[in-house]
Write a protein that binds this ligand. Structure first.
Ligand SMILES: [Zn+2]
Length: 234
């Protein structure tokens, strides 16, 4: 009886340890079981990649004109169903010469999903992106940065890059000035910055982006796309 209870105890501990590891793995920004994942690069050059998640939405014009004012190319991780909803906006992003990434078709958590679901989420969005006149293979960013086994396995098999981030001001702050202070404090050469201007009704996020651009340029940083950043990887 005593021994049986011990076995059950060990079993429960094991399950907890397994669940905890799976949780850590699912959320890790710079590790996955299969294939390349990049949250930043190692370099001494003062370069940073500005990346936007979600959309496109009707905010696109404002974002593009801000980037144009600062002569910056960014990387836009677009959602397939949003490209279908706002095709003109998506075309403008491609035409302006920004890098486009695949942020899946439906923006669901790519965890505990079957292979055909994952394949469809990526490939349907690839086709929508190609139809914008974007001829490169899009890098991938999983929604909410979450992935476990199925998505990394698919991406490895298809030689596709997973791109996460190491600066996420929107996770911690709402005020533009706090976001800028956080980025200035934590930026390092080779960082990947994630921001979310596509649903910005108040202009607060655009202001934060503008202030980040200004502050880091004043500090000697050059903004590059993910593709340009990866070429600088030692
Ligand atoms: Zn997203």
């Amino acid at each position: 009886m005593q021994r049986k209870i011990t076995y059950i105890g060990v079993g429960i501990l094991f399950i907890f340890a397994l669940a905890f590891s799976a949780y850590k793995l699912m959320n890790a920004r710079d590790y996955q079981l299969f294939g390349n994942i990049t949250s930043h690069i190692e370099t001494h050059e003062k370069v940073i990649a500005l990346t936007f998640d979600d959309g496109p939405t009707h905010q696109t014009d404002a974002i593009l004109s801000l980037l144009d004012n600062y002569n910056v190319k960014a990387t836009f991780f677009l959602i397939g169903k949003d490209i279908e909803a706002n095709p003109e906006e998506a075309k403008k992003i491609a035409a302006a010469g920004h890098q486009i990434g695949n942020h899946t078709y439906s923006h669901k958590r790519m965890v505990l999903k079957g292979p055909s679901f994952i394949k469809n989420e990526i490939e349907k969005t690839d086709v929508l992106i190609a139809n914008l006149g974007y001829s490169k293979v899009p890098v991938i960013r999983p929604p909410y940065g979450k992935k476990l086994i199925g998505l990394p396995y698919y991406l490895k098999k298809h030689h596709r890059e997973t791109i996460t981030w190491n600066l996420e001001p929107d996770t911690y702050y709402t005020e533009a000035k706090d976001k800028v202070a956080y980025v200035k404090e934590n930026v390092q050469p080779g960082s990947i910055l994630l921001m979310h201007p596509m649903y910005d009704a108040t202009g607060n996020e655009l202001q934060a982006i503008e202030d980040v651009l200004q502050a880091l340029m004043d500090d000697g940083y050059t903004f590059v796309t993910i593709e340009e950043l990866q070429k600088l990887q030692k």
